[in-house]
Ligand binder design. Structure first.
Ligand code: GDP
Ligand code: MG
Length: 371
């Protein structure tokens, strides 16, 4: 689509969004950070910064989505929810993630956890799956969202019952609200004598999160990430809330999804953890990932096992890409390698051009600074 939000344009220009908003204001237009700008406005702003609008700046946004044609919705099936855990530092996010992983994954896996890939899936007693993103919380959440990726279906916000609502709690709430994902509050550290869950409930009402017990509609689950108490009810609530959301995908089609993390491995080359969001990803699939492409050479599951395919909401680590993509990049599987190569190469070229034009601009800026 031929539009960018104020934030996206600012990023491309290497400016602060507030600065772009100011420019727009001076041009007589009121805009908010997430506002979509049309082509003409983008050109106007670029002119202000003496940046030539290359078609790529606009086309670059073209989410790989355009190569993912709509299909018969009747083929859609229920898919597991993808959950992000957020909260203030030291309130127990890592402990909770570990606790869930160990109680639920290790039990069914003879080899236990051999690999850590930034996301994992658990299966409850009724065979229902939940995918957890094991990202360093807020940063990953915002990076992904800034890149236009929506990967999370539900946010668990951890609040320590002995500490209450803290700045990063509020930040987490705001992220979840901005992303329009449902929130479940895990009131953690209930094993501590100083735990005061009522205080947490009280403080959260000030942020529009009113507990069901108090006539609101926010689910609060008292837990102890340390002892494991309450984790089963937490997972139950996650499944309950996601059922309302009717999360669906079609496992029978070619995959599309988002990069969770990626790096260059000395032995294996480009290694990327992908979250399949629709369709099924298979070994051998020709794939475009962000501005790179390749063929899925090998896949490793969250438990470190070789996998041949990965269905909707499944995190998987792949090798076989030409280059290292970025967290938040989208990926799409193509029917044939030739098209994947074409699309990948075109995207890589335009990304380079954008980079170059940014470089030139920066140089110009430096020149101005020196004058
Ligand atoms: P994070 O910064 O949110 O990832 O927090 P951590 O998971 O690293 O936990 C911070 C500290 O709180 C660690 O010392 C944990 O052992 C402790 N902790 C986490 N959850 C609980 C809990 O349920 N009860 C108690 N008593 N301590 C906890
Ligand atoms: Mg942590």
């Amino acid at each position: 689509s031929e539009s960018l939000t104020v934030a996206e344009l600012a990023k491309k220009l290497g400016r602060e969004p507030s600065e772009v908003i100011k420019k727009l204001f001076m041009l007589g237009a009121m805009a908010t950070i997430n506002q979509e700008l049309d082509k003409d406005t983008i050109e106007l702003i670029c002119a202000e910064y003496e940046v030539e609008v290359e078609e790529e700046i606009i086309v670059d946004k073209t989410d790989l989505e355009v190569y993912f044609e709509p299909e018969d919705e009747n083929l859609n099936q229920e898919r597991p929810p993808v959950v992000t855990i957020m909260g203030h530092v030291d309130h127990g996010k890592t402990t909770l993630l570990d606790s869930i992983r160990h109680t639920k994954v290790t039990a069914g896996e003879a080899g236990g956890i051999t690999q850590h890939i930034g996301a994992y899936q658990v299966v409850d007693d009724n065979d229902k799956k939940i995918t957890f993103l094991d990202t360093p919380g807020h940063a990953a959440f915002t990076t992904m969202r800034a890149r236009g990726a929506k990967v999370t279906d539900l946010a668990i916000i951890v609040v320590a019952a002995d500490d209450g609502v803290m700045p990063q709690t509020v930040e987490a709430i705001n992220h979840a609200k901005a992303a329009e994902v449902p929130i479940i509050i895990a009131v953690n550290k209930m094993d501590k004598p100083s735990a005061n869950p009522d205080r947490v409930m009280q403080e959260l009402t000030e942020h529009g999160l009113v507990a069901e017990a108090w006539g609101g509609d926010t689910i609060f689950v008292p837990i102890s990430a340390l002892t494991g108490d309450g984790i089963d009810s937490l997972l139950e609530m996650v499944l309950l809330v996601s059922e309302v959301g009717e999360l669906k995908a079609n496992p029978a089609r070619r995959a599309i999804g988002t990069v969770i993390e990626a790096e260059l491995d000395k032995g294996r080359g480009s290694v990327a953890t992908l979250l399949v969001q629709d369709g099924t990803l298979k070994v051998g699939d020709p794939i475009v990932v962000g501005n790179t492409f390749g063929r899925v050479r090998a896949m490793v599951s969250d438990t470190g096992r070789r996998a041949k395919e990965a269905g909707p909401s499944t995190p998987v680590e792949i090798t076989g890409l030409n280059d290292v993509p970025q967290a938040g990049d989208r990926f799409v599987v193509f029917e044939d390698e030739k098209t994947a190569r074409q699309v990948g190469e075109t995207r890589a070229t335009s990304a380079l051009q954008v980079q170059r034009s940014e470089k030139t601009r920066v140089t110009l800026d430096n020149l101005f600074d020196q004058l």
